[in-house]
Design a protein around this ligand. Structure first.
Ligand SMILES: [Zn+2]
Length: 184
């Protein structure tokens, strides 16, 4: 009985989050929409969360290897919360904040579009920067060009490995086949 009651409370909380009630946003559909998040770059998947592709460990996102200076776009609409530099890791990277506690991180960028700054709003699909090899990439240099892409919730990287497979080609703007609760 009590467990059921708690579950109802939890479901209501998730729905309220999806409705954006806490943030005062306009009401939207409560349920996540499959494919609402779009791939931010065109290329080949070479790494997944916790490295489900051969290479290295402790990996928090997907690696998408593509053409140097190809466009990287926002996977979902939101405001930039961080623009940073991480010499041994992410290189030039950006974090965009979304609804329901979600955020996306884009690393190893060669550079940014001119309007990139904290607080700037980008629609899903808008270009945010260019694929590069800044920070720690393997192999070093232009041959290591790829996008490091994370889906975080409340600042913790999430595991969404069923969305793509190692060696799979993805296209920028194509739907990510995964439900991210609260994103629709
Ligand atoms: Zn990576």
């Amino acid at each position: 009985m009590r467990r059921t009651f708690l579950r109802v409370l939890m479901i209501f909380g998730l729905m309220a989050g999806g409705l954006g009630l806490g943030a005062g946003a306009a009401p939207t559909a409560a349920l996540a929409a499959y494919g609402a998040v779009k791939w931010p770059a065109t290329g080949v998947i070479t790494g997944k969360v916790d490295d489900r592709c051969p290479g290295y460990d402790n990996h928090d996102g997907y690696d998408i290897a593509g053409n140097y200076r190809s466009v990287v776009s926002a996977a979902y609409s939101g405001s930039v919360s961080y623009v940073g530099w991480d010499a041994g890791g992410y290189g030039n990277f950006v974090i965009i904040s979304h609804a329901s506690g979600w955020s996306t991180l884009y690393g190893h960028l060669d550079g940014y579009v001119s309007r990139m700054r904290v607080g700037e709003y980008f629609n899903r699909g808008d270009g945010i920067g260019y694929m590069g090899y800044t920070g720690g990439v393997s192999p070093p240099g232009v041959g290591g060009t790829h996008l490091h892409f994370e889906m975080l919730r409340y600042d913790s990287p999430q595991v969404w490995n069923s969305a793509g497979s190692c060696g799979q080609s993805v296209t920028r703007g194509g739907a990510v086949p995964f439900d991210f609760a609260g994103l629709n």
